[in-house]
Ligand binder design. Sequence first.
Ligand SMILES: NC(=O)c1ccc[n+]([C@@H]2O[C@H](COP(=O)([O-])OP(=O)(O)OC[C@H]3O[C@@H](n4cnc5c(N)ncnc54)[C@H](OP(=O)(O)O)[C@@H]3O)[C@@H](O)[C@H]2O)c1
Length: 298
Amino acid sequence: MKKGFETIFVTGATGKIGSYLCELAEESRVDNFGIHLFVRDPSKLKSFKPYFKIFKGDLTDEKAIKRAMAGCTKVFLVIGGKSCIDSALENNAIKVAKQLKISHIIKISGGNAVTYAGTTSTVGQAHFRNETAIMKSGLDFDIIRPAFFSQNIFRQFLSKNFVCPDSFDMAYIDYRDLARYGWCLLQAAPLNRIHHLSGQKLVSPQQVVSVINRVLGQKLEVVNKPIEWFVTNVPDWYSSHVKLVLEKVAEGTYSVLTNDYEKLMGCPPISFEDTMNLDKKKLAWSVDQNKALWGHDK
Ligand SMILES: NC(=O)c1ccc[n+]([C@@H]2O[C@H](COP(=O)([O-])OP(=O)(O)OC[C@H]3O[C@@H](n4cnc5c(N)ncnc54)[C@H](OP(=O)(O)O)[C@@H]3O)[C@@H](O)[C@H]2O)c1
């Protein structure tokens, strides 16, 4: 193997952050990297160049993880959907990483507001358990705790209006910036710390709507709903998470800007308006969908 060559085990490549990370890997110094994609359904992957090796498997299956992680030097972990509440899944990958003496493990974790000992969010609990497992593993690591994704707002439209709770200034971050940051960490020596990533500026509901109206040429308005309304409009497995997120939003815990992104990347994260322009098609589709489910289908 060439000196400096890294082979990276990547999960979540059919999701938002993981698939963008793969795009960055494709554009990057490919001669210095090999990528092992660990996916449940390879048919969901975009087509990639041959230096991506694809391994079909589920994070429930330790043997499949071992086959895919063999020969890797680094691990990038991201998991989403309902699997987020089952800490055993990522933990299987952490266990294998330890057995294989992986040199650097990077995890996309939960938001800072919901990821702590004693959190009432099932999502936060699983993330916190796995952060702890990584730190106790003795492996070198970097953990990324993101703010609220800008793209979450695509699930907040009802009757062509933007539905949100009161007091809703958010430090929205684009998932692409998480992939960029993760890709940058993968190319560096481990920093062994938790990174807190927010977007560029706080954005109020009125500003969200002004941006959307500018981007789409529409006349949406802000419609406020109480916390209970959101909690009853998500699936049961997700409700403790949404409830805690909204309580933390009301306390102002989501209205915090950090400078970790700019310090490492040397430039600010994408602005909320740039995200909406980049995702204009999806935004227009979402407004028409009329689905205020905040995150997941019921
Ligand atoms: N949204 C937010 O505001 C926010 C804020 C802070 C942190 N986060 C964290 O960000 C993460 C979500 O990232 P994302 O949006 O990129 O996720 P995503 O788009 O939902 O993608 C999730 C990925 O995980 C894969 N996956 C799920 N279960 C799996 C399993 N059992 N085995 C193997 N792969 C599995 C999915 O594969 P399939 O395609 O097969 O389903 C998919 O590739 C979550 O951990 C979340 O807690 C989100």
